[in-house]
Design a protein around this ligand. Sequence first.
Ligand SMILES: [Zn+2]
Length: 393
Amino acid sequence: MTNQSKLRLMCVHAHPDDESSKGAGMMARYVREGIEVLVVTCTGGERGDVLNPKMDRPEVQENLPRIRNEEMARAREILGVEQHWLGFIDSGLPDGWLPDSGTELPEDAFYLVPTEEAAAPLVEVMRSFKPHVVTTYDEEGGYPHPDHVKTHEVSVAAFAAAGDPEKYQGLGEPWQPLKLYYNHSFGKARIEALHYAMLEAGLESPYREWMDAGDWTRDKSERVTTRIECAEYFDIRDEALKAHATQVDPDGFWFAVPREIQQKAWPTEDYELVESHIETLLPEDDLFSGLRLALQEHCFTTAPGNPWGRFLHLGPFRPRPSPSRHPMVGFRAPSVRKQLSGSRHHGVFPRKVREPCCKRAPAGYRAGRTGANPSLGRIRGGGRRTEVTHGQS
Ligand SMILES: [Zn+2]
């Protein structure tokens, strides 16, 4: 059962530990602000290796699935999130695997389950948890791992189908989550900021190889639309990550940049809004931009079942210039933070959304397949045009 007065966030991940390395600071912050957060873990991480030399012992190897389960339980306790296993089997990561490489995967691999079938249990969880916002990986999985690519496909399919009464009948009452985001934690802009912050502090940067390799052709930093300030929760994020002791060496790469340097150099976790059924202004500093006020005004609590269809006008998105004029390209978090804190849009909601949203809440935003940064004016309108007013069924 869900609490109708609360905002809810669902974060879909591929393996146990991904939730702690991608967006954990953001989740820790939202949980502590009273938002319900559900992590959905697609696979059990059965084919993961022991990546922490200190844990690489025969008794750990023999009991890896059980141990990873216990690690996940500890991490979710630290983060304060709920968590649900979808129950698919880890595909593993064979050398040289790419989506079209022809590299064989084990027969029971998550990646090989047809997407329509694999999306079904996620649709069911969406309909019972009723998230307002969903996060997942980008179309390349964030990095080329079959389970991460599949997690993207399944999340996008479930987001599109969960609110459709014609689809997945028998898996619960339709529920349309309002916003879909991709996680972009490892873009060039952030890595560069951390790298130079380490050098400035006279420390060895763990990113030297990445910087020297210099291949950022697939960098998606420019697609970021939404930065969530969560530096004060980095300690919780780090503890959650350390709970995955078989996967993370506390003296290794993940913890090579001192927390204080990270907090100063890059205090946010970053997302790309790819689809929205509610109006918002970009860039955002909150995954729930456009939603909080609407909830306060009881728009979303008065209708049983799937309330969105009753109140939303899903029309073409109308691009508008961003009122806070900082460019998204190459922007550095601290200066942006300063700008935002001085801006009338910090922590509040765009004027437009203040209109009684029960009458009309224009939306229908969909980023192009390329994910071009909407703030750069490359928006493609999308969505159905179904104007529905309050009171209709
Ligand atoms: Zn993973």
